[in-house]
Design a protein around this ligand. Structure first.
Ligand SMILES: [Zn+2]
Ligand SMILES: [Zn+2]
Length: 176
């Protein structure tokens, strides 16, 4: 009779439910994407040279400013919420130009319509690059055809869930 070797038990406490994770709700009102500057710069550099992401999100030194929208998806920051995700073609974005070929773009969060918590943004990168690059080229004096924007379909924009509307920077604000 061979004696089976006792495997050292790695779990001393035995199986059980994992400890409850504390809810960490998102508190971000705005998002910025300095890490996508390389792609923006690549898109505009043949026309206006390289551009740089302005680090501060203050508009104090901004020379120009433009409000528009980008597309993307949100997930609810409350993991226990039944509303898992929603997409929007009306995500509020403010593009700003600064001296020295600098710019930045501030994107405003949206709230979950079920629980009113802030969302976690998964931004459509292509759309972002296109909108920002278009605006920078236009500001540089390049006359261009308006890019084709996807038809505005889907549910109407809900101002009370949009952080851009609350701050008066969203073009879709409807005053409700
Ligand atoms: Zn929710
Ligand atoms: Zn809005």
């Amino acid at each position: 009779m061979t004696k089976k070797k006792n495997k050292p038990k790695s779990k001393s406490d035995g199986p059980g439910p994992p400890p409850e994770q504390p809810k960490r709700l998102n508190k971000r009102i705005t998002y910025v994407y300095p890490r996508w500057n390389k792609a923006v710069s690549t898109a505009v550099s043949p026309y206006i040279g390289r551009v740089y992401f302005h680090p501060g999100v203050t508009d104090r030194d901004a020379i120009r400013e433009h409000e528009t929208h980008v597309m993307g998806k949100f997930t609810c920051s409350d993991k226990s919420c039944k509303m898992k995700a929603w997409s929007s073609k009306m995500i509020s974005i403010v593009i700003q130009k600064y001296p020295g070929n600098e710019y930045n773009a501030i994107i405003y969060n949206q709230r979950c319509k079920k629980c009113n918590n802030l969302g976690c943004l998964h931004l459509d990168k292509e759309c972002y690059i296109e909108r920002v690059a278009y605006r920078l080229k236009q500001w540089a004096g390049l006359m261009m055809e308006k890019p084709y924007y996807a038809e505005k379909k889907g549910p109407p924009h809900k101002s009370k869930l949009c952080e851009g509307c609350k701050r008066g920077v969203c073009r879709e604000r409807d005053g409700d």
